[in-house]
Design a protein around this ligand. Structure first.
Ligand code: QV4
Ligand code: CA
Length: 511
C-alpha cells in the first residue's frame, strides 16, 4: 500500500511536466493566430491523422485593439479581460475546437498572458476585442475586475516604472515589461482572478498552458497560482491529471534571472536550442554539424525532461525576443527543414513545430519594419485557412507543419519515441548521421560536397522509404529507397545540391 501511495505521489509531483498527449504523441504545433473554427477542422482533417500531439493556440482572452499600427499580432499580448473573445473567435467556437481536437487525440495548450494587462499608454476607452471598458491610467479593468490595488506600481523601484535593467531580478518581476501594466501576483485576489480564468479553460478541456513572460513573474507566485488549478477534465484525461505547464523564460545566460528558478513549476522554454542550432546549420562562429554529437545537456542546455524546444517561435521568427539573425525560419526553407528534422529526430526535450503566416518583410537599417503585421485578414477579420489540392495552405498561411519533410518527421518522432540516441557518425565536418535504437535513422549532408558512404543504421534488414524525399503509399515509396542489409548496414548517397540534403527512415516506412 505504501508503495502505491508513493507511486501516486510521484505521479502527482511530476504531472505538470507531462503534456498528456494521446498515446505518447511527441510533438505539438503552434498554430499562431489561427481561428478556433480552423483549428478544429485541422485537428480532424490533418493533425489527428498525422500523429500531432497538440496545438498551442494564441491567447484566447479579450485584448486591446491596436489601430496604429493596424491590428498587429502583438495586440493579443495586451489583455483587457479574461473573457474568451478575440479575433480567433468566441467562447462557443473555442469550446467546439477543444471538444473536436480532444476527440481525435489532439490536445489544446493555451498561451496564458497573466503577468500583465495592456500598455500604460493605451487610451481609456480605446476599443477591445469584446468591447469591455478599461482605463489604464487609473488601472481600471472592470471586465475582470482589476483596480489600482492589483498592480505592482508601488513595488517597482525604477523612475520610469518600466524594467530598466535585467541585472536586477526584482525589477524584472515588479516593473513593467515594455510599459505593460504589471499585475500584483503576490496578492491572493489577483492569483484567484488568474486561476479562475485558467480553471475555466481547464474545465472546458484544455491540457495545459504556455505561461507568457514567466521571467517577469516570481516563481513562487506562479506556484501559488498553479496550486489553485483544477485537475484536467476527466472526459479526456485520467483522474488527477495536472495541467501541463511550460514557462516562457528567455535565458541565454548573463542575466539575474535563470531558467532553473522555474523548474519546480513545470517545463521551461530552452531558447539556447534554436539560437545554437541556427548557428550550426548556418555554419556561423566556426560551428559544424559534427559538434552535434553531444547535443542537449552536453551543450549546456537545461535537463531534457524540463526543456520545451523549438527551432523558431512567434517572436524570434520576426526579430522580437531572443536569437537574433541566427534563428532559422520558413524564410530559410532548405536549412529550416533540416533543423526541424534534426530536432524531431533527436531525443532532447518536448518539441514544438512553428506554423506561421506570410508578411511582407521589408528591411530598413537592418530591421524588418513590417514585423508587426498581424495575420492574413479582411479589414481586421482573420482570414480562413484554405487548403490547396496539394495539401498546402492558401490565403497567406505558411503551414510549415504540412510540409511533407516536417509532417513525416513528426511521425518519425512518434515511432522512435522510446528509443535511445545511437549509431552516431560524422565526417568531422557537416555530414552526420544518428539512429534511435532499432526504430529510426537519419543522415544529413550540409557540406558543399556529396555524401557517399555505408553506415550502420541499427535497423532490421529490409527496404525503407525515405520520408524526406517522399512517402510510403500503398506499400511503395514515392521518394528514395534505402536498402538495409542483414548486418544493419546501408549505403547512402546525398548530393550537396539536393532539394533536401537529408534522408530519414524508420520501421513504419519499411516496405
Ligand atoms: C512601447 C515602448 C515602451 C513603453 C510603452 C508604453 O516600447 O518602452 O514603455 O510603449 O506603453 C508592444 C509594442 C511596444 C510597446 C508595448 C506596450 O511592441 O513597443 O511598448 O506594446 O504598449 C509582444 C511583443 C512586444 C509588444 C507586446 C505587447 O514582442 O513588442 O509590445 O507583445 O503588445 C522579453 C520578455 C519575453 C517577451 C519578449 C518579447 O522576457 O517574455 O521580450 N516574450 C513574450 C511574448 C511576446 C510578448 C510578451 C512577452 C509580452 O512572447 O510576444 O511581447 O506579453 O524578452
Ligand atoms: Ca511582473
Amino acid at each position: 500500500m505504501k508503495f502505491l501511495l508513493l507511486l501516486s505521489l510521484v505521479a502527482f509531483c511530476w504531472a505538470q511536466y507531462d503534456p498528456h498527449t494521446y498515446y505518447g504523441r511527441s510533438a505539438f504545433v503552434h498554430l499562431f493566430e489561427w481561428r478556433w473554427v480552423d483549428i478544429a477542422k485541422e485537428c480532424e482533417r490533418y493533425l489527428g491523422p498525422n500523429g500531432f500531439g497538440g496545438v498551442q493556440v494564441s491567447p484566447p482572452n479579450e485584448n486591446l485593439v491596436v489601430e496604429s499600427p493596424s491590428r498587429p499580432w502583438w495586440e493579443r499580448y495586451q489583455p483587457i479581460s479574461y473573457k474568451i473573445c478575440s479575433r480567433s473567435g468566441n467562447e462557443d467556437e473555442f469550446k467546439d475546437m477543444v471538444n473536436r481536437c480532444n476527440n481525435v487525440g489532439v490536445r489544446i495548450y493555451v498561451d496564458a498572458v497573466i503577468n500583465h494587462m495592456c500598455g500604460v499608454t493605451a487610451e481609456a476607452g480605446q476599443s477591445s476585442t469584446c468591447g469591455s471598458y478599461f482605463n489604464p491610467s487609473n488601472r481600471d479593468f472592470p471586465g475582470v475586475p482589476y483596480s489600482g490595488f492589483d498592480f505592482n506600481d508601488a513595488k517597482c523601484t525604477t523612475d520610469s516604472g518600466d524594467i530598466e535593467s535585467y541585472a536586477d531580478a526584482a525589477q524584472v518581476r515588479n516593473c513593467r515589461l515594455s510599459g505593460l501594466l504589471d499585475l500584483a501576483l503576490d496578492t491572493d485576489y489577483v492569483r484567484t482572478m488568474v486561476a479562475d480564468y485558467m480553471n475555466h479553460l481547464i474545465d472546458i478541456g484544455v491540457a495545459g498552458f504556455r505561461l507568457d513572460a514567466s521571467k517577469h513573474m516570481w516563481p513562487e507566485d506562479i506556484k501559488a497560482i498553479l496550486d489553485k488549478l483544477n485537475n484536467l477534465n476527466t472526459q479526456w484525461f485520467d483522474e488527477g491529471s495536472r495541467p501541463f505547464i511550460f514557462q516562457e523564460v528567455i535565458d541565454l545566460g548573463g542575466e539575474a534571472v535563470s531558467s532553473s528558478e522555474y523548474f519546480g513549476n513545470g517545463r521551461v522554454t530552452e531558447f539556447k536550442y534554436g539560437a545554437k542550432l541556427g548557428n550550426v546549420m548556418r555554419k556561423l562562429d566556426g560551428e559544424k554539424m559534427a559538434y552535434l554529437k553531444n547535443w542537449g545537456e552536453g551543450w549546456g542546455f537545461m535537463p531534457s525532461d524540463r526543456a520545451l524546444v523549438f527551432v523558431d517561435n512567434h517572436d524570434n521568427q520576426r526579430g522580437h525576443g531572443a536569437g537574433g539573425s541566427s534563428i532559422l525560419t520558413f524564410w530559410d526553407a532548405r536549412l529550416y527543414k533540416m533543423a526541424v528534422g534534426f530536432m524531431l529526430a533527436h531525443p532532447y526535450g518536448f518539441t514544438r513545430v512553428m506554423s506561421s503566416y506570410y508578411w511582407p518583410r521589408y528591411f530598413q537599417d537592418g530591421s524588418d519594419i513590417n514585423n508587426w503585421f498581424g495575420p492574413p485578414n479582411d479589414n481586421g477579420a482573420t482570414k480562413e485557412v484554405t487548403i490547396n489540392s496539394d495539401s498546402t495552405c492558401g490565403n497567406g498561411w505558411i503551414c510549415e507543419h504540412r510540409w511533407r519533410q516536417i509532417r513525416n518527421m513528426v511521425a518519425f518522432r512518434n515511432v522512435v519515441s522510446t528509443q535511445p540516441f545511437a549509431n552516431w557518425w560524422d565526417n568531422d565536418s557537416n555530414q552526420v548521421a544518428f539512429g534511435r535504437g532499432n526504430k529510426g535513422f537519419i543522415v544529413f549532408n550540409n557540406d558543399d560536397w556529396d555524401l557517399s558512404t555505408t553506415l550502420q543504421t541499427g535497423l532490421p534488414a529490409g527496404t525503407y522509404c525515405d520520408v524526406i524525399s517522399g512517402d510510403k503509399i500503398d506499400g511503395n515509396c514515392t521518394g528514395t529507397k534505402v536498402y538495409v542489409d542483414s548486418n544493419g548496414n546501408a549505403q547512402f548517397f546525398i548530393s550537396s545540391s539536393a532539394e533536401d540534403p537529408f534522408i530519414a527512415i524508420h520501421t513504419e516506412s519499411k516496405i
